[in-house]
Ligand binder design. Sequence first.
Ligand code: SAH
Ligand code: SF4
Ligand code: F3S
Length: 453
Amino acid sequence: MTLSEDNLNYFIHTYGCQMNIHDSEKIAGILESMGYVSCNSAENADVVVFNTCCIRETAEQKIYGHIGAIKKIKKNNPDLITVICGCMSQQEGVAEKIKSSYPFVDVVLGTSNLNLLKDAILSAQNRKKYSNVDFLQNREEDFPQSRTSYPNAWVNINYGCNNFCTYCIVPYVRGRERSRPMAEVMAEVKQLLSQGYKEITLLGQNVNSYGHDLADGVTFAKLLDEIGRLDGKFRLRFMTSHPKDLSQDVIDAIASYPNICDNIHLPVQSGSTEILRRMNRRYTRDAYLALIDKIRAKLPDVGITTDIMVGFPGETEEDFADTLDLVRRVKYSSAFCFVYSRRKGTPAYSMDDQVPYPVKKDRITRLIACQNEVTKQISQTMVDKRYEVLVEGANSHYQDTMCGRTESGRLVNFKCDESLVGQFVTVQIERASSATLWGKLVTEEKCRKIFHL
Ligand code: SAH
Ligand code: SF4
Ligand code: F3S
């Protein structure tokens, strides 16, 4: 939709993970069904939504700063409706804190309350405050959606988390694990493919435990089988996989269907068995490494990515050395590296032996350098080879440059026409600068026609 002065406009600030990015597509859909139109800043908006994250303290501080800035905007536009939703508002005491410290906020909703957004906005239009952060039994999913990530489409398969890793706030703010019925997931996937989406990414805090709470015996492997069997050229990805629940059936399903990408995000968190135990991850270093061997035996070209944390309470230099060693052994194509952040309400918050910040800082620097070295080595092996790439969109930093991903999940930049977005093309890698790959389009029949070659 285009911006017009007569329209009511909305602006959404999205923080955090893919769950939130996808929730924002639902928020946008709800607002558009009410006649609001997307705009480019809070200054031009009639409704501003903060879809928040509280995974680390730094994320939270940044968000409070951004919410604070609304006060000034509201002075110029007293009718501006301000909505806070997402994980931060679901934390204990936060709704009250917002009420007292940010009285200009009109609506506070929790992670399970998006179905109340329309009523909340209508109340706010009548200058009534609205607040609800209760977990509802069944979060309905029949929202209008305004998708923003073509050719990819996000699809939730399970919500919440039962794992209670000792550092993590997610189970407290997203509630217990609930799986969507398989028929519902399949209907959404089929509809998206018929609409022309070329990549489906299944979302869950732990996709591998999909179905365990449903009575019909469905599993994640069965869901992959069902989707893998669908006709047509498309890619299927999923995240996140908890290592303790990644079954041989899932690995076999990935190997069996060409549509399922050889790409697994498998957060390890630490390379030390003792730290993993204190984190309540429920696998050991050796079990994780054995799982990697099992995956690679079946999927030799797989791209494996991970999340790693440094400075968990009690992490010694020796524990950290185990993490560096694991990174070098596994050879991740990339890793999200985090400094442990104390989250109130989690068991690790009150553990002894909190690691001092300078030590954490030193370790994160060394970890990132180590992973960069690994990524660089992998990138070098890709030079001069050809890969199938799904063209995703323009690289905003370089003119006429598009980017897309290989099946294994590596991002490649190359020159091509924007009309190829959503198409599968062949790209030859020409050079690699650590994480970034640069290539050239290999002209094939389809491309020749478009470029009149
Ligand atoms: N469900 C996913 C992860 C969700 S949170 C999984 O289990 O893999 C994404 C990442 O944030 C985690 O993998 C972890 O590495 C990091 N993270 C979570 N809590 C954190 C904390 N308290 N401090 C720092 N990083 C944290
Ligand atoms: Fe957090 Fe662990 Fe659940 Fe992931 S599996 S969301 S890290 S508690
Ligand atoms: Fe995601 Fe942040 Fe919530 S990482 S689940 S948006 S706490």
